[in-house]
Design a protein around this ligand. Structure first.
Ligand code: COD
Length: 299
């Protein structure tokens, strides 16, 4: 069981090969700081694509030691994204990382039909949190890519995350499907989807995990709350993965955990031809560092 994001280093410690990481729109000081630290630790071999002038200035300002690292000069952000995505598409890089570029611009590049990173699967965002008040790491999906997932999307989002958690060494993650309440209400689509996902899991249509829902947020993460409401569930209070009803709920929870609860977070996009480090601009350098570790874990 993982208690802290530092535990990710344990998983990748014994790996012999460095992963090739390409940063799209590289003039981003926090991304460069995280790359500097993972490069120095021998975890990655980076390539930086963006404005050479700005990138070199930020490297100097930050006191980073990235001499010898390839910088491809491209000031146009769409073109920088295309060049970075093509490198991964052509197997010249193992991991794509978002730099100083809006999320939809990067994602549109990733979804490009000719040179993108499509696999035929749904791509989804996966965030892993270390929260002081919870007894283990907790994953949250999807807070940044799929806007209003339907039942079919939610099945694929769960499968992407469960596969990743299995790879991290959690053989049967406990998945809580969130709603506003823990009862099925025919007027609340999230509760209907949750009940269907739970039944599909019981019938082995969704494998390698234990799903329960609908669960309200308090029941999902607190034994006491679940007990108080008389909920009998193997997931309640011991959740490994929270499935969000939509991007708004997910994004608000993400930011509440980071800003109010001072949680640490690492996040990646799953389901593409390679892991994608996609953190938001407000995320800290530490979060970008942990996200690189997470991507290396999954690659
Ligand atoms: N997985 C695989 N294919 C996808 C996915 C996905 N998650 N989403 C779209 N596609 C495919 C579609 O099947 C279609 O072929 C093509 O991509 C275009 O689909 P559209 O028309 O829905 O695509 P866009 O370009 O309008 O939107 C795709 C985005 C990922 C950009 C969009 O969903 C989006 O803006 N998501 C939210 C991103 C965001 O702002 N996050 C910030 C939160 S911090």
């Amino acid at each position: 069981m993982f208690r802290t994001l530092d535990d990710l280093q344990r998983v990748i410690r014994d790996r012999k090969t460095k992963k090739r990481l390409v940063l799209a729109v590289s003039q981003d000081s926090q991304s460069l700081g995280a790359i500097n630290d993972t490069y120095k630790a021998g975890i990655i071999e980076p390539v930086l694509i963006g404005s050479r002038k700005h990138t070199e200035q930020l490297i100097e300002d930050g006191g980073y030691d990235l001499s010898g690292v390839t910088i491809i000069d491209e000031s146009n952000q769409e073109k920088a994204v295309e060049k970075a995505v093509r490198m991964v598409h052509n197997h010249e890089a193992d991991i794509l990382m978002k730099g100083k570029v809006p999320t939809p611009v990067l994602l549109r590049g990733v979804l490009n039909k000719e040179w993108g990173l499509r696999t035929g699967r749904l791509l989804s965002h996966f965030a892993l949190f270390e929260v002081n008040t919870y007894h283990k790491l907790i994953a949250v999906t999807d807070v940044a890519m799929n806007i209003a997932p339907n039942l079919s999307d939610k099945i694929q989002i769960v499968n992407n995350s469960v596969e990743f958690l299995n790879k991290m060494g959690i053989p049967k993650p406990k998945v809580a499907v969130l709603g506003a309440i823990e009862m099925v209400n025919e007027n609340m689509q999230a509760t209907l989807d949750a009940a269907l996902l739970s039944k599909m899991n019981q019938r082995d249509q969704i494998k390698n995990c234990l799903i329960d829902g609908p669960l309200a947020f308090d029941n999902a993460i607190s034994f006491e709350s679940a007990k108080h409401k008389g909920i009998k569930s193997e997931v309640a209070g011991d959740t490994d993965l929270l499935l969000m009803p939509d991007i708004e709920v997910g994004n608000v929870l993400y930011k509440s955990l980071v800003f109010f609860a001072k949680a640490k977070v690492a996040s990646v996009i799953l389901g593409a031809a390679a892991p994608i480090v996609l953190t938001s601009r407000s995320d800290s350098e530490e979060s970008k560092f942990n996200s690189i570790l997470l991507a290396v874990t999954g690659s």
